[in-house]
Design a protein around this ligand. Sequence first.
Ligand SMILES: [Zn+2]
Length: 260
Amino acid sequence: MSLPGKTARRFAWKIIDGSRLVFLSFPRNVQCNICGWKGRHFTSDTWHYQVNCPGCGSGIRQRLFFAALQNIEGLSFDRLIHGRNILHFAPEDIVSSNIRKKAAHYVTADYFRQDCDLKLDMSDMPSVKNESFNIAIAFDVLEHVPDYQKALDEIRRILSPEGVAIFTVPQKDSLPVTYEDPAIITPEDRTKHFGQYDHLRIFGDDFSEIVERKGFSVTAVNESDFTRDIRSKHVLFPPRLSKHPLATNYRKVFFCRKKT
Ligand SMILES: [Zn+2]
């Protein structure tokens, strides 16, 4: 294609993108409780219909987390974030930027990424002292960790007494028991069985019990913990259930308090 042709095509896409944003902006039916974006509806991805914020990219799990901080007294910003020492694994920018400024000490960690404060294997963290953090956050991380049971032990070790781990995990709808199989190793097979090429398992309804067995008291927050108005305004539940067999339609945020 000639250069003028490419330029014209780029210009046309810009107009289409701009028109789409204007179309999405009115009427203001929904509002992101993280970045404040308001509009007609959120955007869809390949599995889920109208669940992602066009402003910040947040999905239901991040907005559920913020809804808890904003609306549930025992899990508020004041109780969980203000003045706390926080370790955040695989941090999402939009979550990070809202938490960093309120925490006393905020540290990010990842096993692969270079843009975090620490390079950590969640299942083996000898460089992190016992009881050195009040809060550990890991959204959709445990399905990537080979020995996630050991990771739960490590998280418990580095949390202060009464410290809180905050997790989300992909959970297949109506799957009673977490499914993993070490014989499933190719990216294609992992996608087929666990939903993504680098997932090592898909969690089931037993996730709370698994974490409780590790010495935590678990509170699972979902859309039913909020008023209908908050639920629909911030889209804390999919407007339309995904038909994908491995979809997580019923998202939960697990607040896991270390038992002493
Ligand atoms: Zn947003």
